[in-house]
Design a protein around this ligand. Structure first.
Ligand SMILES: Nc1ncnc2c1ncn2[C@@H]1O[C@H](COP(=O)(O)OP(=O)(O)OP(=O)(O)O)[C@@H](O)[C@H]1O
Length: 687
């Protein structure tokens, strides 16, 4: 820890700035966030014409109000921190005392200094320009002139009664009459803001796809009004492409040079997100020279993805952020925190068809997807109309499903070996399933296992990949050898792995396939919760964003009343479909589907790896009452022999996950954040 030095030959300033070693009382409040040995800056600044002592320590900025003390014994006027008078700023995470305000640099969007307040408020210059690096307001070398320092940051509205996962932008403008101090703070903050972290990437050049056709056809306006200003504030250089047709996103991603971009972002609904994800994965397969129809493993794309909701349901964005708020999604892109998102491959007997990021659904939702395309002119209301039609016409669909049930980690792992984190609200091998939040322990654990697998078994799995390529059986074309070629995953922290966890993962292959036959109202393979504004818990409330598993939900065909019960249950906040006697939920990594009433010719109607079926074929197929279609991320797939397989954290997406928090306490007291494991269960939006 070092302290700052004032440049020689300058007089002290009227604001009472000083550079001082941290006092023992202040230092005792620190809870360092990173192990790196950062400098500590400590100076007085003015904020809204009031004096504050401001401290930069590690990745945390702390400011504490000063007040005048009448006279010191020596006769000098002095300043001291105010007594406790206001609660700490929400978002503060360290124990600095109740009167301190704490801002983590993870939540800072941009920093800019200026000679005047107005000039410090201007957005930073885009990357590549002279002023984009280092000191933003002054020429880095030479005599500084800036006295204002504006810090733009984002804050979650944790006290909001309507949407507590929403984030908003805020700013602080500090004043110091000594430009040397302002320059030093500016430089130090810029360095720390852009320092690399395995789970955070500050995007500089972004490729943005805008779908002007999805949802209410307002993608372009949404981007201009809400997203562009946020990207500008962060100094992001965004190249925008407004799509002209379906599948254009995928075609561009497959054919264009993406080397200059740090990330890809889409403004659209689930179909647009799926196009981006499919485009990036297929591109990676091409670059590696893999057979796209029968790849020996699924490679991880190089670029992370940002998702801005502008579609009809936006379940992917909602499941990622806990809200479909556009500004929140844009803020997550510029803050740059990313997590691995599971992606499922969908294949038929012959080849890989496509990748699915949210849900693959047969029966009721498949019928809705197939029919609603005919009523797109209605906008999002087409789902209600087609939904009622498909509901009344559903006579049940015969099907056979085979799956490997995910073993419960608790059964194979001694309890004391299960990693515990005070920040986490997700258990691992839980008897009561957990909900996936920010800092999800189940997903972190899956990530760690993935990393260990790729390093420990790389040689063995490479051999397995070779063997699989030689002996291509119907079942092995997507064999689980991808881990060998996955690059190591970023790890949020030092997570201790339970002993035996690796072997329990590897024993999966020896387990027995479970077979379920029946007549179903609906069959869903849910990769994520599939929550949306109308169904805040989603179809699959306990699905995790990155645990490498999917939830197979089987809704048996019983009575019309039960179908209504099921739909009401998924729409409400308090219901749990697991309690319904005609619903079965299995957690698995893979399932296979066949409809036993279909003849051989009925299989693989699409008959190729064409991901989206042509409309004529789709309509003809959907008119059959014996077979349904598949709804894959809102797009229609008509094959009748389907395998869905989850690929753990295959793609990095800009998100933190929905947040866990306590209800705001009565009397305006802010609950402590992050939530401890005991106060995680309530969302202030819930009742
Ligand atoms: N210019 C365009 N004209 C016609 N179709 C387009 C165009 N651009 C994109 N598409 C296609 O529009 C389809 C629907 O888009 P998207 O899924 O984003 O919106 P949505 O269906 O309204 O939303 P959601 O999937 O969230 O319900 C996608 O399959 C995409 O390929």
């Amino acid at each position: 820890m070092t302290q700052t030095k004032q440049p020689a030959g300058r007089s002290s300033t009227s604001a009472g700035d000083f550079v001082a070693p941290i006092s023992s009382t202040s230092a005792s409040k620190f809870t360092p966030c990173s192990a790196s040995d950062h400098n500590v800056l400590l100076n007085n600044f003015q904020l809204k014409k009031k004096s504050y002592r401001v401290l930069l320590h590690g990745q945390q900025l702390v400011w504490e109000r000063l007040q005048k003390i009448k006279q010191s014994p020596q006769g000098n006027e002095a300043k001291a921190p105010l007594p406790p008078d206001s609660p700490a700023q929400p978002g503060g995470i360290c124990s600095y005392g109740p009167q301190s305000h704490v801002l983590h640099l993870d939540d800072v969007v941009s920093i800019r200094s200026g000679d005047t307040k107005a000039s410090s408020l201007k957005p930073p210059s885009p990357p590549g320009s002279e002023r984009s690096s280092g000191c933003s307001g002054d020429v880095a070398q030479g005599k500084p002139t800036s006295q204002y320092l504006t810090i733009n940051y984002a804050m979650r509205l944790s006290k909001s009664q309507t949407d507590c996962n929403r984030w908003e932008l805020r700013r602080l403008t500090f004043f110091n009459s000594d430009p040397y101090i302002v320059r030093q703070w500016d430089q130090e903050l810029q360095i720390r803001l852009h320092s690399s972290s395995p789970t955070r990437m500050r995007v500089r050049r972004l490729l943005v796809f805008i779908n002007p056709y999805g949802g209410r056809k307002a993608g372009a306006q949404t981007y201009e009004r809400h997203v562009r200003p946020i990207f500008q504030l962060a100094g992001v250089d965004a190249t925008c492409i407004t799509t002209q047709r379906a599948n254009q996103v995928k075609d561009i991603l497959l054919s264009h040079d993406l080397g200059v971009y740090d990330a890809v972002c889409c403004v659209g609904g689930d179909g647009t997100v799926a196009e981006v994800i499919n485009g990036l994965i297929f591109r990676q397969m091409r670059e590696l020279g893999l057979d796209e129809q029968r790849p020996p493993y699924i490679p991880r794309p190089a670029l992370p993805v940002g998702v801005i909701p502008a579609g009809s349901t936006d379940t992917i964005a909602y499941s990622m952020h806990g809200t479909a708020d556009v500004r929140t999604a844009a803020i997550h892109v510029i803050l740059g925190q990313h997590r691995g998102l599971d992606v499922c491959s969908v294949s038929n007997g012959q080849s890989l068809l496509r990748f699915c990021a949210s849900v693959l659904s047969y029966g009721y939702l498949g019928d809705v997807a197939a029919q609603s395309e005919n009523y797109r002119w209605m906008g999002p209301r087409r789902y209600e109309y087609s939904g009622v039609k498909a509901f009344l016409n559903n006579r049940g669909y015969d099907a056979e499903l085979r799956m490997l049930e995910e073993p419960d980690l608790l059964l194979t792992t001694p309890l004391e070996d299960i990693p515990q984190s005070p920040d986490s609200v997700c258990s691992l091998g839980e008897s009561v399933p957990s909900v996936c939040y920010a800092n999800c322990q189940r997903c972190s654990f899956a990530s760690s296992i993935q990393e260990q697998r790729s390093s420990l078994f790389i040689q063995e799995e490479s051999k397995e990949a070779e063997r699989n390529q030689q002996v291509e059986t119907e079942d092995s074309h997507l064999a689980a050898s991808e881990a060998a070629l996955l690059r190591p995953r970023p790890r949020p922290g030092n997570l201790r792995l339970p002993t035996g966890s690796i072997s329990s993962m590897r024993n999966l292959g020896n387990d027995q396939w479970k077979v379920v036959r029946g007549n179903f109202f609906m069959i869903c393979g849910a990769n994520i919760t599939c929550a949306c504004a109308r169904s805040p818990n989603g179809i699959s409330r306990y699905s995790h964003l990155g645990d490498g598993c999917l939830d197979l939900i089987l809704v048996k065909k019983t009575s019309l009343l039960n179908n209504v019960r099921f739909l009401l249950n998924t729409a409400g906040r308090s219901g749990d479909i697991r309690n319904l006697p005609f619903v079965e939920v299995y957690r698995t990594r893979e399932f296979r589907f066949r409809t036993f009433s279909a003849s051989e010719e009925d299989y693989s109607l699409a008959g190729s790896c064409q991901p989206i079926t042509p409309p004529e074929e789709m309509t003809a197929h959907s008119s059959s009452t014996e077979f349904s279609s598949w709804n894959c991320d809102g797009e229609v797939v008509t094959d009748l022999d389907i395998t869905m397989r989850s690929h753990c954290q295959l793609i990095e997406v800009f998100m933190r996950g929905p947040h866990s928090y306590s209800k705001p306490l009565k009397g305006g007291t802010t609950p402590t954040t992050p939530a401890s494991s005991s106060d995680n269960v309530y969302c202030c939006c819930k009742d």
